[in-house]
Design a protein around this ligand. Structure first.
Ligand SMILES: Cc1ncc(COP(=O)(O)O)c(C=O)c1O
Length: 337
């Protein structure tokens, strides 16, 4: 297995821990359970985007940008992690944040948007859903900054689904399987919260590069259709494979996306996701987030309870972070609820 090593900022802290979850395993009575802690990627409360932006923002550094402009929802992990790396690189961040699932502008800053503000990001909240494209607004903001003599770097939504974001998770998969094999563990399946798709795409490509049959099960969190996610996975993994210099390719048949746990909509919790969040907190002191990882965890727990894995098989949950959003959803976790 020989692949190209791409340039990175080196601001994330890797490898992230890979740990067993014995008490959750006992509770569920199925396969052996592990967690890959990409909630601990080392910068501003971590998450999967730090692993990706560590490669993506190399271009901003090379262009000597003084501003990075990006967009997502008000409780966006992508925006928080961009603001964090921008601060560490000595750049300003301008975040165009959409009201998305909250529908109204926040009266009090909480969770991710609070951290964005504390880290010095400039914030513009606009009334827009998560699956609408605000790219023209980013271009407009960039022009305004240029007129003031700044050197903005526009980090559009395309970056979040780029071959680089995917390549980062091919490396992530390799890191995880090396940790597993040091513990004499061969992973049969990995669960991941899938939204736009590149994290899952990278994991699948990583498994191919390693020549492993590990199933990568993406649990759709409800922002995009499975069809669109599949398309992103095929396209971004094709680009990532080229960047990494491998002949391996992700094919239609390699993609497993489970749509059963998305619930009503993106950002709307389900009874099962709230239950899953509480269960892993109580058994493993593992804090997950309500928007992404709780739905993926609900999927993993349900599939184990339905007997889809055998005892002795090894199943890993990729914790992709997102924890700050929990505080913006605090009402649903109050005593008596
Ligand atoms: C916490 C968390 N988990 C999972 C994902 C999904 O990643 P992807 O967009 O690569 O599917 C995201 C992306 O927004 C996220 O913030």
């Amino acid at each position: 297995m020989r692949i190209r090593q791409l340039e990175r900022l080196g601001m994330g802290v890797f490898p992230t821990p890979f740990e067993p979850m014995p008490r959750l395993q006992k509770e569920l009575g199925g396969p052996r359970l592990f967690v890959k802690r990409d909630d601990l990627t080392g910068v501003a409360l971590g998450g999967n985007k730090i692993r990706q932006l560590d490669y993506i923002l190399v271009e901003a550094k090379k262009k000597n940008a003084d501003y990075v402009i990006t967009t997502c929802g008000v409780q966006s992990n992508w925006s928080r992690q961009t603001a964090a790396l921008a601060a560490k690189m000595g750049m300003k961040a301008l975040l165009v944040l959409r009201t998305a699932q909250f529908k109204t502008k926040p009266k009090v800053y909480d969770g991710n948007i609070l951290l964005d503000h504390i880290m010095g990001a400039e914030i513009k909240v606009i009334d827009m859903r998560i699956n609408e494209d605000p790219t023209p607004i980013l271009e407009e903001e960039a022009e305004k900054l240029q007129r003031k003599g700044h050197r903005p770097f526009v980090l559009g939504l395309a970056a979040a689904v780029s071959p680089l974001a995917t390549a980062a998770y091919a490396y992530g998969f390799i890191e995880m399987t090396q940790q597993a094999s040091a513990m004499r563990v061969k992973l049969d399946a990995v669960f991941v919260a899938t939204s736009a798709g590149p994290t899952q795409a990278g994991l699948i490509l990583g498994a191919k590069i390693m020549g492993l049959k590990t199933k990568v099960i993406g649990v759709n969190v409800g922002a995009y259709s499975t069809e669109r996610i599949r398309k992103v996975i095929l396209e971004s993994s094709e680009g990532a494979a080229k960047l990494l210099g491998t002949r391996e390719r992700v094919r239609e048949g390699d993609i497993i996306i489970n749509d059963d746990y998305a619930g009503e909509d993106y950002g709307i919790s389900t009874k099962e996701s709230i239950g899953a969040l509480r269960l892993v907190a109580r058994t493993e002191a593992l804090i997950i987030d309500p928007v992404y990882t709780a739905k993926a965890m609900a999927g993993m727990i349900d599939m184990i309870r339905k007997g889809e894995f055998e005892q002795g098989q090894n199943v890993c949950f990729l914790h992709t972070g997102g924890i700050p959003a929990l505080f913006a959803y605090k009402e649903q976790f109050q005593p008596g609820r």
